[in-house]
Design a protein. Structure first.
Length: 132
């Protein structure tokens, strides 16, 4: 190659680099939005976690809410599954509150909570995951 030869563009390297960057961005997005890590809901592990500082409940909440496990349960069934509700000054408009743990993402400044409303008959009417 002499001084007047123009180097060829390396398409293979550019494609591999772009795909690698895209993969890294996808994985980072999954962690930031809280979709990873996720684990199956286990009632015993949930009740044992309480406020121990672990992310056990945060890791289980996606599975719990998406599976519909809480749909139309009676209040006592919810207590048997999740343990007793927490007394808190947060979210007074809800009937039942469970602390999940630190908010998912790289910078967790808040906590996440599972909040539940019961109908007058004591059946789960609605539930959400909220942050404080």
């Amino acid at each position: 190659m002499n001084q007047y030869t123009i180097p060829r563009f390396d398409w293979k390297g550019w494609i591999v680099g772009t795909l690698l960057a895209f993969l890294i961005l996808c994985i980072a997005w999954l962690f930031m939005t809280g979709y990873l890590p996720v684990r199956a809901f286990d009632s015993d592990d949930w009740r044992a976690a309480k406020d121990d500082g672990s992310q056990t409940r945060v890791e289980m909440i996606e599975h719990l809410t998406r599976s519909g496990t809480l749909d139309e349960l009676a209040k006592q069934q919810v207590f048997d599954l999740l343990g007793e509700c927490r007394d808190t000054a947060y979210f007074n408009e809800w009937d039942c509150v469970y602390r999940l743990g630190d908010q998912r993402g790289f910078f967790s400044l808040d906590s996440e909570w599972l909040v539940i409303d019961f109908s007058q008959d004591g059946i789960v009417q609605r539930y959400e995951v909220v942050s404080d």
